[in-house]
Ligand binder design. Structure first.
Ligand code: SAH
Length: 257
């Protein structure tokens, strides 16, 4: 398994160094840093990395989370909090079999003060939460240590699943295509698109589609786009009228339940 640890916008060099050390301890080597707010090679970072200096020096820097995840076939977000409008984070034991089966998983960690924002978590198929006492917010590097331990060194207590999922790049391209199609057919509009897409992403990400399945889905979208274009060219489409069925994208978040 080639597991990547992605730190989104870390602020403290010491945390980056300590995260690198935690990775080396647990057997992970691919450190990715998105838009750091400090120098990842600051002397504090190097001091905290100790024997993981090499790992720290080989860390790759990305401008956006999306770019950091393009080659990943499973992205797992981490969160200390339960968010009202996103699927609930799960216990590591429930996520472990998926990580173990993945060829190229990523674990995504948020900034020290705020954690990951919703749009980051939406790019992850699942979110893990380390169980804690009442004070749930762990130090970033300690969270990296515990989550890597759970997935790399922890005991398998759930049966492994057999699957081969699409990469994040393929899924994001599919969502771009879905978004376009939804707008084309008037399923959603610029105001509601974000909310609508969030519901569909949650549904489709849960399916852990293979590359072939993502292509299958895009084949359907392509046909819808072609059909609408063809109908427009023949002059058979009519302007939207009050008689049209009401927009199905008005589903409220509780439609997720
Ligand atoms: N105050 C933020 C926490 C930031 S801690 C919040 O309430 O969300 C920095 C990062 O450490 C988090 O973004 C997450 O990646 C990780 N982390 C902290 N506590 C965690 C926990 N209990 N489970 C999983 N990840 C955690």
């Amino acid at each position: 398994m080639n597991l990547a640890v992605v730190l989104v916008s870390p602020k403290t060099p010491g945390n980056i160094g300590a995260a690198a050390r935690a990775m080396l301890n647990m057997g992970a080597h691919d450190l990715r840093i998105v838009a750091p707010r400090c120098d990842p090679l600051d002397s504090q970072a190097i001091a905290m990395a100790v024997h993981a200096e090499e790992l720290l020096r080989s860390a790759k820097i990305y401008p956006t989370l999306r770019e950091a995840l393009t080659d990943r076939d499973l992205s797992v977000g981490t969160s200390a909090r339960i968010r009202a409008d996103l699927p609930a984070p799960r216990h590591p034991a429930l996520i472990r079999p998926f990580v173990r089966e993945a060829a190229a998983p990523a674990l995504v960690f948020g900034p020290e003060e705020t954690g990951l924002v919703n749009s980051d978590l939406e790019q992850c198929q699942m979110t893990v939460r380390i169980p804690t006492g009442d004070y749930a917010s762990l130090n970033l590097a300690q969270a990296v240590l515990l989550v890597c331990y759970e997935f790399l060194q922890g005991q398998d207590d759930v049966q492994a699943v057999n699957r081969k999922t699409a990469t994040r790049e393929e899924m994001e391209a599919m969502y771009g295509h879905l978004h376009e199609t939804m707008q084309l057919i008037g399923y959603t509009d610029a105001v509601r698109a974000r909310h609508t897409l969030r519901l569909w992403r949650a549904l489709l990400d849960r399916a852990l589609m293979s590359s072939a399945e993502s292509r299958l889905f895009r084949g359907l979208l392509r046909q819808v786009q072609w059909k609408v274009g063809d109908a427009a060219a023949r002059g058979t489409t009519e302007p939207r009228s009050a008689a049209e069925p009401s927009n199905t994208a008005t589903a409220e978040p509780d439609a997720e339940a």
